[in-house]
Ligand binder design. Sequence first.
Ligand code: HQG
Length: 184
Amino acid sequence: MPADPVVATSKLLSYVLRHRPDSIGLALDAHGWTGVDALLERLAAAGHAVDRALLERVVADNDKQRFAFNDDRTCIRASQGHSIQVDLALVQAEPPQVLYHGTASRFLKSILAEGLRASGRHHVHLSADIDTARRVGARHGFPAILRVDTGRMRADGLAFYRSDNGVWLTEAVLPRYLEVMSGM
Ligand code: HQG
């Protein structure tokens, strides 16, 4: 576990709320929400002592606003990144003309052949700026940046969504909309 309790708890919550709520015997509703009390109780029962104050810090401090409370702060969910079936009730949004995707250079050959696929997640994740894309790509290896011609994708009728925390999402990106900027 990383030493910083906020970082450690953020990683734990990402796992539980995006991928494996069942790992601590938790259930999420159809939109990915779960009760805060139930979450803290199940975490405690699984040996993870997270109190309300720490949870508040994780939600507030999180560099990417990965988690959100509902209006009365009784429920919590992950804003995006799920592999389990959830309906985030995403609303379509108008993206800028260009977005970026950060990946590892070793994936480029396959991406240029097949396009970007969501693989384990529900959507392909795109970034509004190059620095963010580079950070996302560096998680997987030597980073490569792709420029995505969202203007042309929109003109071709493809839909974009923006998650609560500002990540741009789309189903897939065909190779013809992609251009390698760096990493080759
Ligand atoms: C790659 C983090 C080969 C894709 C980040 C990526 C993001 C292909 C990897 C969010 C491919 C999937 C998502 C193809 C896509 N052939 N490789 N045809 N199509 N790929 O982690 O975008 O910290 O599921 O390029 O900041 O890296 O979790 O997606 O490298 O916002 O909040 O397959 O996760 O946010 O990896 O990251 P991921 P991602 P959090």
